[in-house]
Design a binder for this molecule. Structure first.
Ligand SMILES: [Fe+2]
Length: 257
């Protein structure tokens, strides 16, 4: 049983970044990461982009998530898809401004360690910076590469955050609930990664929880190994861009989606 030192949201500093990686606090918020005009400009660029929809969930996206390729795919297939994802992503970002580049600059200045997009030896850069529209909520899940991507270099990280910049938010709902119960599962060599979505109540029984509200223009960082879920929103879209941040044993940080 673990408990947070405080549930209060912290601003981004070297100390708070360590604290959220170490699951001592639930949420770090970077207020006013971008201006309202930058939100509007980015939303307008997304509206012209190639947004796709998942077959089984009412979530729109531009770019891709590595976790979609964890079962039944060769690594080479992931990297072929990543090239297309970067293409679609650049069509949006090149028409406006680059939140990923800004996040890398803000993080590296705040924490004084190298921050870069994750690379896989022999294959190249992973995709980072998925754009998502998820106004109907997202079910309970955990994101942790040592379990989701054990055969990738990102599977060697020792802690994982998610960051998201909110470009549009619903007037009610669309809240994220985090449970202080870092996901633990067994990964057997040679077997496929375990299911990380649709985690049941047994997984979070007795765990303390924290909740954050998406505010337009803010970046939220949280420890994505903790089970988390997003409630449905009403009155507007929940539109965001983000990625994971993995902490390598050396202390340097790598990004992917
Ligand atoms: Fe997640």
């Amino acid at each position: 049983m673990t408990s947070w030192q405080t549930k209060a949201e912290r601003p981004l500093t070297r100390d708070s970044l360590d604290a959220v990686f170490d699951n001592e606090v639930p949420v770090v918020r970077i207020k006013a990461f971008c201006t309202p005009d930058e939100c509007r400009s980015f939303s307008a660029a997304i509206a012209k982009g190639r947004m796709q929809t998942y077959r089984l969930a009412p979530v729109g996206y531009i770019g891709m998530a590595q976790v979609e390729y964890r079962w039944g795919h060769q690594k080479s297939e992931y990297f072929e898809a990543a090239a297309q994802a970067w293409y679609d992503w650049h069509e949006v970002v090149d028409a406006t401004w680059d939140p990923l580049a800004r996040l890398i600059k803000v993080l590296s200045e705040a924490c004084g360690v190298p921050v870069e997009v994750a690379e896989e030896p022999g294959f190249g850069r992973l995709f980072a910076g998925i754009i998502r529209r998820s106004s109907q909520g997202i079910g309970r899940h955990s994101d942790y590469a040592p379990f989701n991507a054990p055969d990738y270099r990102i599977g060697k990280i020792d802690a994982q955050l998610a960051w998201n910049l909110f470009l549009e938010t619903p007037s009610s709902g669309g809240e994220t609930t985090l449970y202080n119960r870092p996901w633990i599962t067994e990964v057997r060599p040679g077997e496929e990664p375990p299911m990380s979505y649709g985690l049941g109540d047994d997984v979070i029984a007795g765990a303390e929880s924290a909740r954050y509200t998406a505010q337009r223009g803010d970046v939220i960082l949280f420890n994505s190994r903790n089970p988390h879920e997003v409630s449905a929103g009403e009155g507007g879209e929940r539109l965001q861009i983000g990625s994971f941040i993995g902490r390598q044993p050396t202390g340097s940080l790598v990004l992917w989606s």
